[in-house]
Write a new protein. Sequence first.
Length: 84
Amino acid sequence: MSAGALTGCAADYLNNYDTVTLAAGDTQKFNSLLQTVEPLNPNSKNTKIEGDGVRAAGAAQRYRIPPPPPPAPSITVNVGNTTN
């Protein structure tokens, strides 16, 4: 029983491959993708970028020069219980 269990695990280990990975050898698929006439998405030819230029420029300006941090909160310390 134990010998049968060990042979199943060692079967892949004992195989000798001439390639680096088991996925090697997909040259036909690679060549068909390489020789595809128009591999790009048809929507990639759309040069009309919708957006507001003023809004984008404002965002770029805020990125370059961030707004100043808010002022630190005031700290009140009461020492003792004095009344005047």
